[in-house]
Design a protein around this ligand. Structure first.
Ligand code: ADP
Length: 346
């Protein structure tokens, strides 16, 4: 017989809007569900009891779910919060935020306790925001491109008046900053709407890197170590963008007399590019977040160095679209190595 306490908890679970579930670690079958799961998925509770977690997860999300299960089982994290979509009984999809933890008995994992929250509204609001940012940045981008063009023409004409030229150079510098941020914003909004496409082409990466490095070499020692040799398949403009971002950061976050190194290597199925600086470095805690949108490291808490926390997010999405990997190894006070890999298509 259930105690009064148990009944109260049961009533509480049943009255929740969020779906609450318990899954057996060994069988990955559901052993407890509240009423909200029926509304969320369209399945009856009774149907659920013969189902497994995998029956609800679309194939493209199965690796995320597996990774999260593993994390909890190995004790890497006690609980996990992540977003996936669930397959409903009628074939439609519903986006959910899953908060779940593993319960251990004498050190042995026995069940996962979880809450699934419908985030359709949140996604919609996010999408509306992204569409708005995309529209606004588009509207600003066109006149800005005209301004940049005319400023360049003016610079060529204003050769003799030194004061006017110095004013103009300041305006150009500031306009360049706005232009860079606008481009990043535009990319971010396109990425978040899933609209950013890459145009794959045959690329001579050694040549592309030499071109990218040229303007940086005027103000800093940049050494290129190793070679890729031969063509790879990638979007040259987007890879250029990633390299410019990583090199700009390496310069921004190290001192003017610190050299920067680019190291290139290749295995049978991928190429790897590393950008190493000897600058301030990034704490371990920050390393896992700096690729997220609008995140700046704690080293920037006083905002001494200009930035918006957009660049690495953009790089990550571009590399993801290429099915490559991006990451960082860093030590405070010693410097950082940012790397990305790209698969070699046969
Ligand atoms: P921003 O540089 O505009 O802040 P990014 O997305 O390019 O944005 O970088 C995010 C954060 O990562 C930075 O704010 C900084 O804290 C950290 N970071 C990036 N590159 C480096 C680097 N080479 N050395 C130290 N910190 C870096």
């Amino acid at each position: 017989m259930k105690s009064k306490g148990d009944r109260r908890y049961q009533e509480l679970f049943e009255s929740l809007n969020d779906a609450v579930y318990i899954v057996d670690v060994k069988t990955l079958q559901f052993t407890f569900l509240n009423n909200a799961v029926e509304k969320l998925t369209g399945y009856k509770k009774s149907e659920f009891l013969s189902m497994k977690v995998s029956d609800l997860i679309p194939p493209e999300y199965s690796s995320v779910v597996r990774e999260m299960i593993q994390k909890k089982l190995e004790g890497q994290s006690k609980s996990t919060i992540y977003e996936v979509e669930l397959k409903r009984k009628n074939g439609s999809r519903v986006p959910v935020e899953i908060s779940s933890l593993a319960r251990f008995d004498n050190g042995v994992p026995v069940e996962f306790l979880g809450i699934a929250r419908d985030i359709t509204e949140r996604r919609l609001a996010q999408q509306q925001r992204d569409v708005m940012v995309s529209l606004v940045t588009h509207e600003i981008k066109n006149p800005l491109t005209t301004i940049v063009g005319f400023l360049d023409l003016l610079k060529k004409r204003l050769k003799t008046d030194k004061t006017a030229r110095s004013y103009l150079l300041t305006i150009i510098d500031q306009t360049d900053s706005i232009n860079t941020v606008m481009n990043d914003f535009l990319d971010v909004s396109q990425m978040r709407l899933g609209k950013l496409k890459i145009h794959l082409n045959s690329v001579d990466l050694d040549k592309l890197i030499k071109e990218v490095v040229k303007p940086f070499k005027i103000i800093r020692i940049v050494e290129i170590k190793g070679q890729i040799e031969g063509q790879i398949i990638a979007d040259p403009d987007r890879i250029r963008q990633v390299l410019v971002n990583l090199l700009t950061n390496a310069m921004k976050y190290s001192l003017p007399d610190h050299p920067i190194a680019i190291t290139l290597s290749k295995t049978h199925n991928q190429i790897r590019v590393e950008v190493t600086d000897l600058g301030q470095g990034i704490s371990e805690g920050d390393q896992s977040h700096i690729f997220d949108l609008f995140v700046r490291g704690k080293n920037q808490s006083e905002n001494l160095i200009k930035g918006h926390g957009l660049g690495l997010y953009v790089c990550k999405q571009i590399i993801k679209l290429h099915k490559g990997k991006i990451g960082v190894k860093s030590e405070i006070g010693k410097g950082s190595t940012f790397f990305f890999t790209l698969p070699i298509h046969k």
